[in-house]
Design a protein around this ligand. Sequence first.
Ligand SMILES: NC(=O)c1ccc[n+]([C@@H]2O[C@H](COP(=O)([O-])OP(=O)(O)OC[C@H]3O[C@@H](n4cnc5c(N)ncnc54)[C@H](OP(=O)(O)O)[C@@H]3O)[C@@H](O)[C@H]2O)c1
Length: 203
Amino acid sequence: MSKTYHLAIVGATGAVGTELIRLLEQRGFPVDSLKLFASARSNGKILTFRGTQIPVEVLTEEGLAGVDFALFSAGASTARSFASAAAKGGATVIDNSSAFRMESDVPLVVPEINPQDAAKHRGIIANPNCTALIALMALYPLHKAFRVKRVIAASYQAVSGAGARAIAELDAQSRAHASGEEVKPEVFPHPIAFNVVPQVGNF
Ligand SMILES: NC(=O)c1ccc[n+]([C@@H]2O[C@H](COP(=O)([O-])OP(=O)(O)OC[C@H]3O[C@@H](n4cnc5c(N)ncnc54)[C@H](OP(=O)(O)O)[C@@H]3O)[C@@H](O)[C@H]2O)c1
């Protein structure tokens, strides 16, 4: 029999978490069990995986016990609070946040570039920032062929990079704008529909 795994997605209700659930389904990943975690705001919310309804649980250290792989996409502070405990409990943590990217004992892995480094992990594997990751798909072949010494880059972030609430805000504002209604910014400091805001993160 082929091996199957106990998985957890931390940040399951978010933009990345939702996509992770879809990818596990699409790729037929050998999942034995799947636990879905988010904040107290989502406690009891029902998400569907392969036709099975799974209630979202509030993240706790105990909840992560017995998990083989914990896929974290819940921001850096959640990762800092829970990833080490999950790793000590035996899980391999794959973290999408910035929490461990600069840690010397945490491999920063791009599957298309250094997949072998994933094997060097001590419980936590980090992913690069999404803009860097996508730029590297073009830069790495150039680097291999010509050796890149320096890159000057300007990035234009998608609204989706700011998470599920930001995507909902763009949708709601676009509809409001089209109907001539007032647009109320909540996630972004200014209206985002039909606009560009020259700021990412906090100054
Ligand atoms: N969006 C992208 O394109 C992208 C790409 C690569 C990496 N990332 C990184 O991935 C992480 C998540 O991004 P996102 O865009 O998916 O954000 P998001 O849509 O805002 O989702 C955040 C998720 O984290 C959960 N969460 C927040 N605080 C928590 C807590 N204290 N305990 C447990 N769960 C908590 C949220 O739960 P609730 O729903 O209950 O609030 C939600 O499920 C961030 O570190 C981000 O930088 C994002």
